[in-house]
Design a protein around this ligand. Structure first.
Ligand code: NAP
Length: 261
């Protein structure tokens, strides 16, 4: 019960990583406020005790203010904000990405977490401390894991948590990012379905040393750790959870017990 009597807001909780996190935080005793653009967030909270569901847009300032106010009114304060909502922006490259696409991806993926910090930060300070977590991506570390707007937005999130951790100095509020690798969620479902249809499921995640894709719970468990007091000295960091994908330059494939070349 690491989060007993703690109030935790999660965005993008209607699916994937956010839904898994809502379940795990609730199991650890948290008062969960699950939010999403999609009405599927109501399914997320069904069966989660006193959890509250709110449909909202994580990239809209008035909606973020409403979300934070709802949590504080309902539960008397706020301890954790997990800014997790995100969109992929599709498969367009630099030369065919429109300005509208860039604007929407940056609005949801980067301005959304910035709004979370802006409006949740002071409320968590009032509580005497807590955590803000943002979902970035390995796409934010280097190219090759998403479109240009998506990757730039996630690189921005990594920098944002560094700056926010500094600006919340002495407040006892820690700010960190999580950088997932390839995880089977709503965002990636089409690729997983296609690979299975083609009988090529084993190709998914084959570039990391674990040679598999991840499950939403494997990210959510790290989110719980980072939000908990167990991570009390982790601040301003981007935690990579990718099966080892980003730990190496692209070298000749190696297998345990076999020569490299
Ligand atoms: P997901 O299953 O698609 O979940 C994302 C949720 O966010 C969806 O329910 C989506 O609703 C919602 N959402 C989209 N725009 C929103 C907005 N403006 N306001 C509120 N909610 C919104 O995908 P996921 O993989 O769990 O994504 C969670 C986070 O992980 C994202 O930030 C994503 O970039 C990041 N991530 C994912 C992977 C991966 O491999 N899956 C890897 C690295 C990072 P709709 O379904 O209605 O759009």
């Amino acid at each position: 019960m690491r989060f007993k009597d703690k109030t935790v807001i999660i965005t993008g909780a209607g699916s994937g990583i956010g839904r898994a996190a809502a379940r795990l935080f609730a199991e650890e005793g948290a008062q969960v406020v699950a939010s999403d653009l999609s009405e599927s967030v109501h399914e997320t909270v069904a069966g989660l005790g006193g959890a509250v569901a709110l449909q909202m847009d994580a990239g809209d300032e008035a909606d973020v203010e409403r979300l934070v106010a709802t949590a504080c009114e309902r539960f008397g304060g706020l301890d954790v904000f997990f800014a997790n909502a995100g969109i992929s922006g599709g498969a367009s490259g630099i030369f065919d990405s429109s300005v509208d696409l860039w604007a929407e991806v940056l609005r949801v993926n980067l301005i959304g977490p910035a709004l979370a910090i802006k409006h949740a930060g002071p409320r968590i300070v009032e509580r005497g401390g807590g955590t803000i977590l943002c979902t970035a991506s390995v796409a934010g570390l280097r190219s090759g894991a998403g479109g240009p707007a998506y990757s730039a937005s996630k690189a921005g999130v990594i920098n944002l948590v560094q700056t926010a951790a500094q600006q919340l100095s002495t407040s006892n509020v820690r700010v960190n990012a999580i950088c997932p690798g390839l995880i089977e969620t709503g965002m990636t479902q089409r690729a997983f379905d296609y690979a299975r249809e083609m009988g090529k499921e084993d190709k998914l995640g084959r570039l990391n040393p674990l040679r598999r894709a991840g499950a939403p719970e494997e990210i959510a468990r790290v989110a719980l750790f980072l939000a908990s007091d167990e991570a009390s000295y982790v601040n301003g960091q981007a935690w990579v959870v990718d099966g080892g994908l980003s730990s190496s330059h692209p070298v000749t494939r190696q297998e345990f017990g076999k020569p490299a070349f």
